[in-house]
Ligand binder design. Structure first.
Ligand code: AP5
Ligand code: MG
Length: 192
């Protein structure tokens, strides 16, 4: 079994590469951003709270995310080949919580970090924003999301480097070339 944390700045290609990984390796996939947007779509009081944070580009509190991840891991099928965590963890506290939860099931995860130049991130998200309808795909919020990423999420790379589970990928290339790099890592690590 291979669990993959697919990390990277907003617009780095986490969702795009997750779809390719699901097709190729039959992995489960959790995008915490999608889970949160689904809660907003229900119109619940919780959804309104989440919307206020996401639409400004701020993170949802760690304790709110903990329950989402705990339930997801508990509900993974017994014959699961592994799962992709897309957009989780996003803080060092979330990384520690994930390690703890996975350990309960005798599991661990590797981190694949999609590294993309800032100008390219902004361009991709501005382009996507023309169609996506996402409240956070506008220039001001994109800039804030990138700043939040640098301040709160980038430090998790050190956490996984320290654990020996960190792999960086050049995410500036075409979708197919980025996927080739990821496949090399997955094929090698899943044999261990
Ligand atoms: P989330 O939904 O995870 O958004 P994000 O991190 O901002 O990233 P995106 O989904 O915008 O980009 P992506 O990396 O998936 O790239 P994509 O493949 O779409 O989170 C949203 C919000 O939810 C957060 O800001 C936060 O508020 C909250 N949240 C989520 N998780 C949380 C957590 N764990 N804790 C707390 N809060 C949390 O690609 C982008 C575009 O580029 C697409 O149009 C795509 O077609 C294109 N593209 C992709 N790859 C390439 C390529 N190689 N070449 C050319 N174009 C490409
Ligand atoms: Mg995404």
């Amino acid at each position: 079994m291979l669990n993959i944390i697919l990390s990277g700045a907003p617009g780095s290609g986490k969702g795009t590469q997750s779809d390719l990984l699901v097709k190729k390796y039959g992995l489960q996939h959790l995008s915490t951003g999608d889970v949160l947007r689904a809660e907003i779509a229900t119109g619940s009081a919780l959804g309104h709270q989440i919307d206020a944070l996401i639409s400004k580009g701020n993170l949802v509190p760690d304790d709110m995310m903990y329950g989402v991840i705990e339930n997801y891991i508990a509900s993974l099928p017994k014959d699961c080949k592994g799962t992709i965590f897309d957009g989780y963890p996003r803080t060092v506290a979330q990384a520690a919580a994930l390690t703890h939860l996975l350990k309960k099931y005798n599991m661990d995860a590797i981190m694949i970090d999609l590294l993309v130049d800032e100008q390219l991130l902004i361009q991709r998200l501005i382009d996507r924003g023309k169609m996506s309808g996402r409240a956070d795909d506008n220039l001001n919020t994109i800039r804030h999301r990138i700043a939040v990423y640098h301040n709160q999420t980038e430090p998790i790379a050190h956490y996984y480097l320290h654990k020996g589970n960190y792999f960086a990928v050049n995410g500036n290339q075409t979708m197919a070339d980025v996927f080739l790099q990821i496949m090399r890592i997955v094929d090698r690590e899943s044999k261990k």
